[in-house]
Design a protein around this ligand. Structure first.
Ligand code: NAP
Ligand code: GCO
Length: 269
């Protein structure tokens, strides 16, 4: 082993872009990678949310580079990445985190809504990765982390567009690996379970019955925190994962391993 353990996880000198990193999972990843030494870049749709995020990152001891661009817009993405490459440097770590969800039954969902979810959750990671990967390939080094989901492998009622997008993202991750691993670019996914963020607030708060399902089906007995996901992102962004390719790392408290059990049955007192 030519690196010490701390060297394996040291991101000093690396430039990291986290899309949609102004709160939730993206911000937790930005803070964690920043604390590991990376120069963190964050985009969002809103300068107001970026300004608020800069304050929160500063409170965490980090000065982040922020810029407004819509990850679904190829021209905006090209301009944004060009600005990062000019002002900060070639991107070493890309976290395709930005995402939306629409919880509408198939028969009730307008095709335009379905298409919008596909655009943000599947096409945008393609757009951003296509723009960033050439720099990584030229350097013969890079890390791309696609924010997948349990819905990359399972469906559930009302999230058809999201599941279709995240399922596609799992296989896009595999295909990026097939084409780019030879250039020492590792492309992996993270599949968070149920994490306490704004995205899940509608099915978690106000005694929503879905909360009972998550608490019962998750062996760890809790909702995940954004930091739980960020720790997995640190592994996939670091030299510790240099032979991990095309993998979706589920961070779910065991929910995918659990068919289900009667709460309290056989529990150790
Ligand atoms: P969130 O709180 O809804 O944050 C999503 C972020 O993406 C926001 O900052 C949002 O910006 C940004 N975004 C959306 N559309 C964008 C666009 N077109 N261009 C640029 N930025 C855009 O979500 P989260 O819970 O932190 O989840 C982050 C990622 O993890 C998502 O991909 C989500 O699908 C995935 N995930 C979440 C969970 C969970 O349980 N929370 C589980 C599995 C996977 P604005 O605020 O400006 O809209
Ligand atoms: C939902 C939730 C989930 C989580 C996540 C699980 O409505 O079922 O929002 O989709 O966001 O994707 O991995």
């Amino acid at each position: 082993m030519d690196k010490t353990i701390s060297e394996l996880f040291d991101l000093t000198g690396k430039v990291a872009l986290i899309t949609g990193g102004t709160h939730g999972i993206g911000m937790a990843i930005g803070i964690t990678l920043g604390k590991a030494g990376a120069k963190v870049c964050v985009n969002d749709l809103s300068e107001e949310r970026l300004a608020d995020a800069r304050t929160k990152y500063k409170e965490a001891g980090l000065d982040v580079y922020t810029l407004v661009f819509d990850v679904t817009d190829e021209k905006q993405v090209d301009a944004g990445i060009s600005a990062i490459e000019k002002e900060v440097g070639t991107i070493d770590i890309l976290v395709n985190n930005a995402g939306i969800i629409k919880r509408i039954p198939i028969l009730d969902m307008p095709v335009a809504d379905f298409r919008q979810v596909i655009e943000v959750d599947l096409i945008a990671p393609l757009i951003v990765s296509k723009r960033v990967a050439p720099g990584m390939i030229a350097k013969r080094a890079g890390k791309i982390i696609n924010m997948c989901s349990m819905m990359s492998i399972y469906g559930r009622n009302s999230v058809s567009a999201y599941a279709a997008a995240k399922g596609g993202l799992k296989l896009l991750t595999a295909n990026m690996t097939c084409e780019w691993a030879k250039y020492n670019v590792q492309v992996n996914g993270i599949g968070p379970g149920y994490i306490a963020t704004a995205q899940t607030a509608p099915i978690r708060e106000g005694n929503h019955p879905f909360n009972d399902l998550v608490m019962t089906r998750t062996p760890a007995g809790r909702w995940g925190e954004p930091e739980d996901v960020a720790n997995a992102a640190l592994f996939l962004a670091s030299a510790a994962s240099n032979f991990v390719n095309g993998h979706v790392l589920f961070v779910d408290g065991g929910i995918l391993a659990n068919f289900g059990y009667v709460k309290g049955e056989n529990d150790i007192p």
